[in-house]
Design a protein around this ligand. Structure first.
Ligand SMILES: [Zn+2]
Length: 354
């Protein structure tokens, strides 16, 4: 009998993950271990340059690297194009992304375009993108998630991250907790659409979410130990995407709800905050334990309702009713025709979101 086996899979992982107090001091050794060329570029923001970028620049200069600093803003096409041009002109052979989610995303996009490696050095941990290969690009119609490049290393200094406002870390934790509904959606798609599941990616994403829920009290205290506990699992969540080869284990109907809110331009809440609130309602729709999600978010200090997100009740309803249109290729509990107004209202009310 002819062998018809034809499965193929590739995974892209970070080579080094360093987390902990004062870990930034080991950056020189890390760059040596990675055999980086002597010319590199730091991509950072005006604020994050002050909190960590300047220190990174000093460490690299002292180590004999020719390092330039490029400060950028939001991840718009114009800003990314500008950073690519600067990187090309300065002949950068590696990038150090120093900042919150948007600066890390910018580094990913520039590194992917120039075909050079980058190190993710987060100054806050507001979502699991600090460890993944996917980047969010800001377009006029809303953010678009695209494939870029996985960081070759992650240097998450808990001392630096603990100085960022607690709201950022709480949002990052909410983003990871929302894996629980993304995973329910994935399993739902497996049962209804025979979509293939990676059980390794599934387990990693689930473990990351459950670990953060188990440490919710500690994380809510807002000290460095809580940052340590949270960041490890935020990174594991990112790694689950590397294993799956897509954002499937970490992004389902709750992320579609968040993107629907983004498209309405009514919310100033953070990505993770919206996903957390979305997860409460999607878990209700799945018939799962939405109260466990809500309680964990409350303990951590993340929003659990419309008021906490700073949006109107009607906005929540509209986002729930339009969320299914966001990614038609991603089958979720929202199905293909979405929620009726009555069911959206009832889900939001039952879960105390409105
Ligand atoms: Zn997310």
């Amino acid at each position: 009998m002819k062998d018809t086996f034809s499965k193929v899979k590739g995974m892209e992982f970070p080579r080094y993950v360093q987390v902990g107090h004062g870990i930034l001091d080991g950056l020189e050794q890390l760059c040596k271990d990675l055999q980086f060329h002597k010319t590199g570029m730091i991509i950072t923001g005006s604020q994050t340059y002050k909190t960590a970028g300047k220190a990174v620049e000093q460490i690299m200069r002292d180590a004999g690297y020719s390092i330039s600093v490029h400060q950028t803003g939001a991840t718009t096409v114009e800003n990314i194009d500008e950073a690519i041009a600067v990187g090309t002109e300065r002949k950068a052979k590696f990038i150090l992304g120093v900042g919150g989610g948007s600066k890390i995303d910018a580094s990913k996009l520039v590194a992917a375009n120039l075909g050079i490696p980058f190190i993710s050095i987060p100054t806050s941990a507001a979502h699991d993108g600090i460890a993944s290969g996917r980047a969010s690009l800001k377009l006029d119609r809303g953010p678009k998630s695209i494939d870029a490049v996985t960081p070759i290393a992650i240097v998450a200094d808990t001392e630096i991250i603990s100085k960022a406002p607690h709201r950022y870390l709480a949002a990052g934790c909410a983003d990871v907790i929302s894996n629980l509904t993304a995973l329910k959606d994935w399993d739902y798609a497996r049962r209804l659409r025979a979509e293939p599941i990676s059980s390794s990616a599934y387990t990693l994403a689930e473990m990351a979410a459950n670990s953060i829920i188990a440490s919710a009290d500690l994380i809510g205290r807002g000290n460095e130990e809580g940052v340590w506990e949270a960041v490890k699992h935020i990174i594991i969540s990112g790694v689950s995407m590397s294993v799956a080869g897509s954002s499937r284990p970490t992004s389902g109907s709750e992320h579609m709800f968040s993107h629907a809110l983004d498209l309405m331009h009514v919310s100033n809440a953070m990505h993770g905050e919206q996903c957390g609130v979305g997860a409460i309602m999607m878990m209700y729709l799945h018939g799962g334990d939405w109260e466990a999600i809500r309680n964990a978010l409350l303990k951590i200090g993340a929003p659990v309702d419309a008021k906490g997100l700073g949006v109107m009740d009607a906005d929540i309803i509209e986002a729930l009713m339009t969320a299914h249109k966001i990614r038609k290729d991603r089958f979720t509990i929202l199905g293909t025709s979405g929620l009726t107004k009555q069911s959206a209202e009832s889900a939001a009310k039952m879960t105390k979101v409105i």
